[in-house]
Design a protein around this ligand. Structure first.
Ligand code: EPZ
Length: 429
């Protein structure tokens, strides 16, 4: 399977953004912490979500899709707290099942997390947090095992801002005895969303969205009906798609405030942005201006948007410097961009990008989810035909990416083999 596209068409029109994948992963784990049914709406239909739903089914969770983006979860009959299938090893967020199962059953074993290969991704902060809550933790035979005779509240100071550790500790702490404080907590919108969802289940979580989260443990959680927030990164990706193709796109079903760092950079690069209650319109100018950017935890510029802004800088006037401060190996896609004629020099965690007048189509491999999406954006503004392989990465986090792009006028198709690719080439000339 690959995406094949012909660049050069300015994207125009409206796109509806799906629910946030990274919020959904935490929320699905939270949903199994009660024996009552939980309904989750605005669930994105992407591969990582299906992996976690399947892993949940294997341990006895009843998962019923009651709409395209609506699922009913019931965790009353969980018969196993060991989660170790071939698929869960490939995603990062399987680790949320540790916090959720340990909170509910005081014991859990989950395969060591995988996820996109964007640098070393330790889980020491998750384990430190669990230990503070009274758990014994051990990693053996590829499994992380946590066990608590008593789960008690405690004071957790995270050494670095970690989305995963913040959510995981929060999950376990809502059912611990007494109060927990998480300091230096991540403030990402999806952290707040998981906290809000837990509160609708009867948890007592305060301060999510600030540096300090305070959790008062409760005896039990109950069912809820909860709608997931829109995906900030999917929205940002489409905003950059508008910018790089000199298009005019309105992204709908979003929370504009979550987009502030992205909007600010697009404005700096010369795009015209209009904000509405639940949508943002981006009009790309014929020549983008360069800028410098450093990825930071929220509310800073997201690391998950770093490849997309690099594509835009590749076509901007002047030199831009991009500093990646979250993951050390997140510039793997640069070799692919170079094949298209981009001028990018990477040294350690800094990329220096000298804008060029044009990119040219090439055969590319997606090295991870966000970089894969960024290479598609590059293909959409390059001259001629571009193919992007290994698109399973992109499907992990973007729902119907090619369909949404086509609806904006992009000339792109998902093809299964060379014969279909040939037909595409013949059709588009
Ligand atoms: C989440 O990963 C997201 N994944 C990532 O999105 C995102 O890039 C990242 O947060 C940063 O925003 C999910 O939500 C499933 P971290 P996570 O813990 O939680 C270090 C995507 O494309 N660290 O916030 O794994 C870590 O190495 C993905 O959707 C430790 O050292 O990220 C990194 O340098 C890719 N020890 C920094 O903290 C720990 O125990 C931030 O990582 C935990 C993290």
């Amino acid at each position: 399977m690959q995406y094949i596209m012909k660049g050069g068409t300015p994207l125009a029109g409206d796109v509806i953004i799906s629910g946030a994948k990274n919020a959904a992963l935490g929320i699905l784990a939270a949903a199994i912490m009660t024996d009552e049914s939980v309904i989750i709406e605005n669930l994105p239909n992407v591969r990582d979500i299906n992996v976690i739903l399947n892993a949940m089914k294997e341990i006895g969770v009843v998962v019923e899709m009651i709409g395209d983006h609506k699922v009913k979860i019931n965790g009353a009959n969980i018969h196993k707290v060991v989660v170790d299938n071939a698929h869960i090893k490939k995603i990062r967020a399987g680790y949320y099942l540790l916090g959720a199962l340990a909170g509910k059953y005081r014991h859990a074993e989950v395969a060591l997390p995988g996820g996109c290969n964007i640098g070393s991704r330790p889980i020491d902060q998750h384990l430190k947090g669990f230990q503070t809550l009274g758990m014994d933790t051990v990693v053996e035979h590829g499994l992380v095992k946590v066990d608590a005779k008593r789960l008690v509240g405690g004071h957790v100071y995270l050494d670095m801002v970690s989305v995963g550790a913040t959510i995981n500790v929060m999950l376990a702490a809502v059912l611990a005895k007494g109060s927990t404080t998480i300091e230096n907590a991540a403030k990402e919108p999806h952290v707040v969303d998981v906290a809000n969802m837990l509160n609708t289940m009867g948890a007592n979580v305060r301060g999510a969205g600030t540096d300090t989260i305070r959790i008062r443990g409760v005896e039990r959680l109950h069912g809820t009906d909860y709608s997931i927030i829109p995906d900030q990164i999917e929205a940002g990706t489409f905003m950059f798609a508008a910018a790089v193709t000199h298009g005019d796109v309105t992204v709908h079903n979003i929370i504009p405030q979550h987009m502030d760092a992205i909007t600010a950079k697009l404005r700096e690069m010369g795009c015209e942005i209009s904000e509405f209650d639940e949508s943002i319109r981006v009009v790309g100018k014929s020549q983008l201006k360069s800028c410098n950017v450093k990825t930071l935890p929220y509310p800073g510029f997201p690391t998950d948007m770093q490849p997309q802004i690099c594509v835009a800088l590749s076509l901007a006037a002047g030199r831009g410097v991009v500093t990646e401060s979250i993951f050390e190996s997140r510039f793997k896609y640069v070799d692919e961009l170079t094949k298209m004629g981009a001028h990018v020099k990477v040294e350690s965690n800094v990329a220096v990008i000298d804008g060029v007048r044009r990119l040219t189509g090439a055969e590319l491999n997606a090295p991870d989810l966000r970089a894969g999406a960024a290479l598609v954006l590059a293909g959409l503004c390059a001259e001629g035909i571009t193919t992007v392989n290994d698109i399973e990465y992109i499907m992990r986090g973007y729902e119907d990416f090619d369909r949404k792009l086509r609806e904006l006028g992009a000339v792109i198709e998902l093809v299964d083999d060379e014969a279909e690719a040939k037909k595409f080439r013949f059709r588009v000339g």
